[in-house]
Ligand binder design. Sequence first.
Ligand code: ADP
Ligand code: ZN
Ligand code: ZN
Length: 651
Amino acid sequence: MAEFLEVAFNVPLPGTFTYRNLPAKGAAIGLRVSAPFGRRELVGWVVGESDTSSLPPTQIKAITRTVDAEPLFGAATTGLARWMAGMYLSGLGECLAAMLPSGRREIGAPALASDDLPIVDHALVLSDEQRSALERITSAPSGTWYLSGLTGSGKTEVFLQAAEASLAEGRGAIYLVPEIALTGQVVEAARLRFGERCAVLHSRLSPSNRLSEWRRILRGEADVVIGARSAVFAPVTKLGLIIIDEEHEGSYKASNAPRYHARQVAMKRAAMEGARLVMGSATPSAEAWHLMAEGGVEKLGLTRRLAGGALPKVEVVDLSGEGSPISSRLAEAVRDAHRRGGQSILFLNRRGFSYFFRCKSCGAEIRCRHCSVALTYHKDRNALVCHWCGYRVPPPRSCPECGSLDVGWSGFGTEQVEEEATRLFPDLRIGRLDADTVAKKGELERVLGDFREGRLDLLLGTQMVAKGLNFPLVKTVGVVLADTSLNLPDFRAAERAFSLVVQVAGRAGRFSPDGLVIIQTLRPHSYVIRHAAALDVAGFYEEELAVRRELGFPPYARLIRLVFRAREHERAPAAARAFAQALAPSIPAGAELLGPAECPIALVAGTARWQLIVRAPGIAAIHRAVGELLSTWERPAGLRLEVDVDPVSLM
Ligand code: ADP
Ligand code: ZN
Ligand code: ZN
């Protein structure tokens, strides 16, 4: 047993701390220990050990006790944690805290409520397309592939058979899904196929449940792990495959430090451990599409629906002439579906920003002349403000595009749509699913169950209905206002709007040939709407990537976003400016600082938020400059600093 231990703690400080080991019942690498830290007693992870230390002996305290009897992690996890700490400019302990279970006592995992849709428990006979995709994947022991195909084209079956192939080689698999609660069918299918070998890591596991699933994986009893973002860290001993289903999903990016992206971690981990990485989506992220175009990732196309469904018919309705958020065409389609015994879903975009400034005649909105993102209307100051660079203008009296005087700010609320639906469809049973509904315990399951079993005729929902839910009776899907996310002051606005519309459209006609999708928009001629209506991913990215390249946004540039938060409002801009000033001299040629400016969501729970964005063609140089400043910069009192490398949202 080593005399000294290097221990990492979940504190936002760089480096590890040296402790003296206990003579008996001591600790070793991979174990958690409890130790005095300042005035507190903290639990940390032992990441190193040695028999000598250069510190004076009187300065070295002893650990209090060990927490684990058996190691919780090994060298692979520590290596990945060190890479993450560097990549995401976080502490090593912060990274380990995100990766490892926090429970102290093992208890068995509770059963998940199972879905009642028919699920096939044996491998299906693959279609020709599916078979050649699987053959490509299994043709090499490592590498990266992307299954690109519309919803219902049979990606799940290819993922499952790729996992079977990996197990047959004696190598385990990790299967990532955006959110367990919304992908019950995939989980159930994996369980049926892999039985006891399958471990499910979902967010409702208690820390103790999570610890016991973790131990089962460590012992090799479970070698297929299915779970959300953090399952990418599962300690599968001989890892052969990582699957990322619905790769475009925002939930793969962590919103707390370390702000890692599961795709980036999976790429790193697959490379470190010689495993395969297989991703898939109907609407790949811009990054993934770019990687496929550059040849770094092999694209495998799936083009046909295999369960008897057909691609839905898609209609675009121009909303500018309508007095109601539910156009007469959409209302008619909902009633028609009902008459024929079918159900409808109306999709509302939760991300809608309520204060955008818009021409009510042509739908144009005002953009920043420096950043090409939408300006946000601040009613209190009567100004349009850019949240990237701080540019501001008074609101125009007429539309700069069509000259109409009918301009103003507006928003589309969920309540407004629900009221309207109740008025228009008095004889339909209407359910609603949004963040408020889901916050109530059991409500999500109840509404979904009612809808699936036909006790509801119409479902109003935010983007959560766009995720992997399948309802065989749905005939009509309406997107109430497809432009809402287009108005967001974020360079990813077009990508998100496109992906949401295509994902929602994919809910219709999965099992029947008469699905109808109605997209309501104020800008029917926008390239986003045109390509979404045609379900044409390649066409969309051809235009979108040209815009990104011209404006210098990802994937043609890398960003580091710094958010300064303070309860005393003036401290946030002061700190942001001081940081920008200190950073400016070390910013390399070709890189630039955007801002500081107020975040689009400028206040959260009374805390002011300001952001500074560092942009460069490559990450290395700005990474170094920001990392060095972060390690020496004295944080002003009352200030919280968030560091986000490769942010997916700039709100
Ligand atoms: P995706 O993951 O691409 O959205 P799914 O995997 O959900 O698509 O497949 C859609 C439907 O097609 C499912 O009901 C599935 O059982 C069925 N399916 C998939 N592959 C086959 C196949 N080879 N033969 C018959 N049905 C299939
Ligand atoms: Zn106009
Ligand atoms: Zn700007």
